[in-house]
Write a protein that binds this ligand. Structure first.
Ligand SMILES: C[S@@+](CC[C@H](N)C(=O)[O-])C[C@H]1O[C@@H](n2cnc3c(N)ncnc32)[C@H](O)[C@@H]1O
Length: 246
């Protein structure tokens, strides 16, 4: 069975197809991870064990203020996202979803058939799974390589909230190619990343020029531009959107 987006479901419903993706993905996970991925996973696991759910944000934000920060980000990002959505969104990927702060809300906002939250940090995915209550939002963990290799469908929306800044340039070029391949034709890539001038003291998080991100994805068939910006913890965060061309 092939759906309107040309995605092969092998006679299964989209939900059944997704269950198969997860099954394939899990069975493949035992393979060795490349060293950089292993390092990033160790780093995020350590942060998650030490700081809990607030490890996904600037650590100056206290636990009591954390839900307020998520609401602030939703208020900044969701209207910009809605302005970019032009066609029916059936499948959503929340890439680098952390503890799944946005995943279920994204599924609801877009009325998608399902949302997949992927993150390489098992501790954060465990938090997302225990907090999540939307039956159509699913969380998976493992190496990005195996995630993309075993995907059986393409997404109409890929959402990335401050993930790329934690990934070195060398790895980002591979990731950008994988993300472009995972996006359906006409699908929307929507992401927010730090773009203020780089603080040399901050070795943990990269801030890159707007044009750098625009080029990264435009070179891979997703015409990407800045659609907004906000300030968070005194730092500029730019919001980008791009559609995958024919
Ligand atoms: C700053 S946190 C943001 C998490 C989430 N998007 C949010 O806003 O709550 C960055 C997240 O990216 C994940 N991450 C880092 N490198 C990754 C990669 N190469 N692939 C997928 N996730 C990654 C981390 O585990 C972490 O959860």
């Amino acid at each position: 069975m092939t759906d309107a987006a040309g995605v092969e479901h092998g006679g299964m419903s989209p939900a059944g197809a997704f269950a198969r993706v997860v099954e394939l993905f899990r069975s493949d996970q035992a393979r060795a991870a490349p060293p950089l991925t292993a390092q990033l996973t160790a780093l995020w696991s350590e942060r998650a064990r030490t700081f809990g759910r607030r490890c996904v944000y600037d650590l100056s934000v206290a636990e009591e203020a954390f839900d307020g920060i998520t609401k602030f980000q939703e208020a900044e990002l969701f209207p910009l996202l809605q302005a970019q959505l032009s066609s029916r969104t059936k499948r959503v990927l929340d890439y680098g979803c952390g503890a799944g702060r946005f995943s279920a809300a994204l599924r609801e906002l877009t009325d998608a058939d399902f949302c997949v939250g992927f993150d390489l940090c098992p501790e954060l995915i465990a938090m997302a799974q225990s907090n999540g209550s939307d039956p159509r939002t699913h969380f998976v963990t493992g190496t990005p390589r195996q995630f993309f290799r075993t995907l059986q469908c393409k997404f109409d929306l890929i959402w990335i909230a401050t993930v790329l800044g934690g990934i070195p340039d060398s790895d980002l070029t591979t990731l950008a190619g994988d993300l472009a391949s995972a996006l359906a034709r006409g699908g929307l890539l929507f992401f927010a990343e730090n773009t203020a001038p780089e603080d040399p003291a901050n070795t943990f998080w990269r801030s890159r020029p707007v044009a750098w991100y625009e080029r990264l994805f435009s070179a891979r068939g997703i015409r990407t531009g800045r659609v907004g910006a906000y300030t968070s913890c005194g730092t500029e965060v730019s919001v980008f959107a791009g559609k995958k061309g024919a």
